[in-house]
Each structure stands twice: as structure tokens, then as C-alpha cells.
Design a protein around this ligand. Structure first.
Ligand SMILES: [Zn+2]
Length: 61
């Protein structure tokens, strides 16, 4: 039986329950640490996108 692999570090997921749903679907993680890092990276990328949008609007003459 194949095991799911962690979406962050690629290790086999031994414990169920560490999941996160994003635009691509459900992602599984091996531990709470990987899950929280993924959520943090997601927040940073979302914030960066918002900042870029604001900057682009300001640059329009
Ligand atoms: Zn992991």
C-alpha cells in the first residue's frame, strides 16, 4: 500500500490529520511543523501578491 508523502518535505505521512486545502486541492503533511511552515509560506505569497498589485496601481501614470 502506497503512503502519502508530505507536500513540504516529501517524507511519508505516518499520521493522518495534518492537511491543508489550497487552490490546487488538499495537501497532506507529515507533522504540524510542516503544516505551519506551508501555511506561513502561503500567507507570505498572498501578502506579496497584494503588495505588488498596490505598487502596480501606484505606478500607473
Ligand atoms: Zn514534512
Amino acid at each position: 500500500m502506497e503512503k502519502e508523502t508530505c507536500a513540504l518535505c516529501g517524507q511519508p505521512v505516518e499520521i493522518e490529520g495534518f492537511t491543508e486545502t489550497d487552490a490546487d486541492g488538499i495537501k497532506k503533511f507529515c507533522c504540524a511543523g510542516c503544516l505551519s511552515i506551508f501555511q506561513l509560506l502561503n500567507e507570505i505569497s498572498e501578502t506579496t501578491t497584494i503588495k505588488n498589485t498596490i505598487t502596480n496601481n501606484e505606478e500607473i501614470p
